[in-house]
Design a protein around this ligand. Structure first.
Ligand code: C5P
Length: 231
């Protein structure tokens, strides 16, 4: 069972060069302690980008959204344990067997190697696809019952999931915007306060920080919303 600590901001490192990734980690760590590496950066640079983040002292959220046969996903998860990532994503739609194999692989390797087990976070339905709240709830329940530690969900879904699922689990929420954010492709947005109020544990923030004139100042402002000023 994951421990539910105070909520944290994760920077979505959606950049296209290693230099730019290093630049953001240098600028923002230790204010931001977890950096999300997605498929673009990982496809371009592989484990090098994970090592770079670890060298600075920060932690990695490996967002590769695994979806494949159980053997392939459990092998990929084992590699993620070896890479020492803090958390990773996989698609709950991959099914019970896939999730169970992934969870067993992470637990087993962590036990025999002494490495820390990453948190396994399930993707219910991509925000680019239509889904009813019933479908999201069903997938979340299914994933958590199969061994996941948490789910990715919008702030809007978070409150309902927390209320309806009677078990301790983590919620990772993207689509965070400030009140004065300019419009972009995120449709179901929420502020830091709304997301935390809905029960989210990790807030994934990309463009509001990446595109800010002063990313550190913007991160501090958002952390201020989270913990109060002076953080
Ligand atoms: O720039 P922005 O703050 O919208 O970044 C949000 C991050 O969260 C991006 O890396 C995006 O891929 C990710 N994400 C999302 N919606 C989901 C799952 C992940 O925006 N449902």
């Amino acid at each position: 069972m994951p421990r539910l600590n105070k909520p944290q901001i994760i920077l979505a490192l959606d950049v296209d060069t290693l230099e730019s990734a290093a630049d953001f980690v240098n600028k923002l760590y230790p204010k931001i302690k977890i950096f999300k590496v997605g498929s673009q950066l990982f496809t371009a640079y592989g484990p090098k980008v994970v090592e770079l983040i670890h060298q600075k002292g920060a932690e990695v959220f490996l967002d590769l959204k695994y979806l494949d046969i159980p053997n392939t996903v459990s092998s990929a998860v084992a590699e993620a344990v070896r890479l020492k990532v803090k958390m990773l994503t996989l698609h709950i739609s991959g099914g019970k067997e896939m999730i169970e194999a992934a969870a067993a692989s992470a637990r087993h390797l962590a036990k025999v190697s002494g490495l820390k087990r990453p948190l396994l976070i399930g993707v219910t339905v991509l925000t680019s696809q239509k889904a009813s709240s019933g479908e999201v709830l069903k997938l979340a329940r299914q994933g958590l019952a199969s061994g996941l530690d948490g789910v990715v969900c919008s702030a809007r879904e978070a409150a309902a999931l927390r209320k309806k699922i009677k078990k301790s689990f983590l919620m990772v929420t993207p689509g965070i915007r400030t009140n004065n954010s300019v419009g972009d492709d995120q449709k179901r947005t929420a502020t830091v306060k709304e997301a935390v109020g809905a029960g989210s544990n990790f807030l994934v923030i990309g463009r509001p920080i990446l595109k800010a004139a002063d990313p550190l100042k913007k991160a501090e402002e958002l952390l201020g919303d989270l913990y109060g000023a002076g953080n």
